[in-house]
Design a protein around this ligand. Structure first.
Ligand code: DGT
Ligand code: CA
Ligand code: CA
Ligand code: ZN
Length: 588
């Protein structure tokens, strides 16, 4: 099969999501829509490129759980031709601009379709006008309150979509790197900027290359398969825009100042400002070309080949890029207190995942096998509780049934433990979706707000604090509910939640799903300052879902977390001690 350059997993997932949006807009069969949405999620989360599987004669795409014949064919077509006739047909039937309306929180394709049909609204501006003229409230399913929400949402929609989530940018960063490494004469290549700092969203990618073949390297870059065109090209810098809108800058720098350029273009800007100030105090000057000693009007180059050299010139150790936000890193570096940041290999288990009992794609056994293959010592199975009807959430009877099954498996397993868990919903009216007598039988309970996310700050905070005070709850899952570029965090007083967690010896989740990353880096650092252990969880919905943990670890590093700060770096024995602390507190 002919394989076109860089149809990577992120790109394929974008196409399937787009198809789902367009189908839903046309009021297509919901099962069909769901098939594409699930497909998008599976492919986005899949650790291996689809192209690698296509290129291997011994493997089939349909071996991937959740990928049927139809999806497999479409992936094949996408990879071999770069396009899809079905998508082109759909796009011909729906005006492009209506899709921007989908970026408004709470606006699904159905509502957008009604606005388009009834009011001929196809752009954000037209929608704003329609709301201001109070036309929208007259439609079925809309109200005056909806108009207000839409107006607020338009502001968000106009700013989001400019920044891509880190995982999305990463798949392009990797493709571009691979594309560039095929070019002769590249001595070094590094992706700098917010990408290297591991920020949850990325504005653009910034590549740095060392090469003596400047023109060849720039030609190769301009040739990247997903490029929609060159925006600017100078003697050593070139910028392209990708077909999905992401901008990528590349600079070619001499080896002698690569370190200085890397520091400069990794940023953050605020970090660089502090660094330059430290240099100035020492009669030095730091810029992207190196470190210079200033003698009157003359400047003498003294360092710049490596980042270590640059930091050493101001008497500091090398600072990990994830910390370079001008928060605490200089104070830590100066006093020899830079934390030894957590690494992916430090994780011994995962405490949030779903199976086919609810909305997961893999069975209990399959999740166990995948976790063991990854070298984990334990997992907790945390399927949804009954309130989540869409996922066929479990009632007490089905949950106990699953736990029996877990007991049976645990008896057979050596050196591995399945914790009997549940992701219990925090109900809209307050309280939990399952009775205490059921929760008391669990080894691990995470509680989540899935419904009633539009309630006031007081209401939501109280629901979460009450959940933390329940003796059986161990942690709050995705504590702010945000979905990057899709849904803002709900209103919650995190300080109050952290106090409740601290006082009850509870934990907080850092959900590693790349669209969630919730708690975010800043909130994780705040939780740490309360002494609250963080749980980095995959929230896997398939056997392949664990690979997202690396996104969680990256955010944890930005928060300055060490191995010790994260609960699931502990052996099962030590984890159980931590859990017991919460139970003892409750018993007193
Ligand atoms: P982004 O792309 O918005 O996610 O964030 P960054 O941090 O990647 O920002 P970007 O792409 O504008 O620039 C990359 C790095 O280059 C930035 O972190 C610091 C450095 N830089 C860019 N422009 C300036 C500037 O005007 N002054 C200083 N000091 N540094 C700059
Ligand atoms: Ca950037
Ligand atoms: Ca840039
Ligand atoms: Zn979950």
């Amino acid at each position: 099969m002919l394989i076109v350059g860089n149809m990577n997993n992120a790109r394929i997932a974008e196409v399937f999501d787009l198809i789902a949006d367009l189908l839903e807009f046309q009021d297509a069969n919901p099962f069909r829509v769901r098939a594409y949405r699930n497909g998008a999620r599976i492919i986005r989360d899949f650790s291996e490129p689809m192209q690698a599987i296509l290129a291997d004669p011994d493997r089939k795409l349909t071996d991937i759980p959740g990928v049927g014949k139809d999806l497999a064919e479409k992936i094949g077509t996408l990879c071999s031709t770069g396009g899809l006739p079905m998508l082109e047909e759909l796009q011909a039937q729906v005006p492009q601009s209506v899709l921007t309306l989908l970026r408004i929180p709470g606006m699904g394709p159905k509502k957008v379709a009604m606005l388009y049909k009834e009011l001929h609204v196809a752009t954000l501006d037209q929608l704003r006008d329609a709301c201001q003229q109070q036309k929208v409230r007259k439609l079925k399913g809309f109200a005056a309150k909806t108009e207000e929400a839409i107006l607020a949402g338009i502001a968000l929609a106009q700013t989001s979509g400019d920044r891509m989530c880190w995982a999305g940018a990463d798949s392009y960063a990797q493709s571009i790197r691979a594309h560039m490494l095929d070019c002769k004469g590249i001595e070094k290549i590094e992706v700098a900027g917010s990408y290297r700092r591991g920020k949850d969203t990325i504005g653009d990618l910034d590549l740095l290359v060392v090469s003596s073949k400047v023109e060849d390297v720039m030609d190769r870059f301009a040739d990247f398969t997903d490029s929609a065109g060159v925006i600017a090209r100078g003697p050593t810098k070139i910028t392209i825009r990708l077909v999905n809108g992401l901008q990528v800058d590349m600079r070619v720098v001499p080896a002698g100042c690569f370190g200085a350029a890397l520091v400069y273009f990794t940023g953050s800007k605020d970090h660089n400002i502090v660094l330059r100030g430290l240099a100035k105090d020492r009669g030095l000057k730091i810029n992207e070309y190196g470190v210079f000693r200033v003698h009157g009007s003359k400047e003498e180059f003294i360092a710049g080949r490596t980042e270590e050299e640059v930091y050493k010139s101001v008497d500091l150790p090398w600072i990990p890029p994830e910390l370079r936000e001008a928060r605490h890193e200089f104070e830590w570096a100066r006093s020899g207190k830079l934390p030894k940041l957590i690494e992916l290999d430090d994780l011994c288990g995962d405490l949030h995942m779903h199976t086919t009992a609810t909305d997961g794609k893999a069975t209990l056994e399959e999740m166990v096998a995948a976790a063991r293959a990854r070298g984990f010592e334990y997992i907790a199975i945390t399927d949804h509780s009954k309130r989540v009807t869409m996922a066929r959430g479990l009632d007490a009877a089905r949950l106990r049934q699953q736990w029996k099954e877990i007991d049976r498996l645990n008896r057979k397993l050596k050196d591995f433990r399945i914790l009997k868990g549940v992701e219990v919903d925090i109900l809209e009216k307050g309280g939990l979706d399952l009775q205490d007598d059921v929760l008391a039988e669990a080894d691990w309970v995470v509680a989540s707000v899935h419904y009633g996310q539009n309630q006031s700050r007081e209401q939501i905070t109280k629901r979460v604090v009450d959940a933390l005070e329940n003796p059986h709850v161990r942690a709050i899952a995705h504590p702010t509910g945000r979905l990057i570029n899709r849904r803002k965090p709900y209103e919650i007083d995190l300080d109050a939640a952290f106090k409740a967690a601290r006082d009850n010896n509870k934990m907080m989740e850092l959900n590693a799903n790349p669209a969630r990353l919730d708690l975010d880096d800043v909130a994780c650092a705040a939780a740490k300052s309360f002494g609250i252990p963080i749980v980095i969880s995959s929230d896997s919905h398939s056997a392949d879902g664990f690979h997202v943990l690396r996104y969680g670890v990256l955010q944890a590093r930005r928060a300055g977390l060490t191995k010790k700060d994260v609960a699931n770096t502990r052996s099962l024995e030590k984890l159980n001690e931590l859990i017991a602390k919460g139970r003892q507190k409750a018993a007193r």
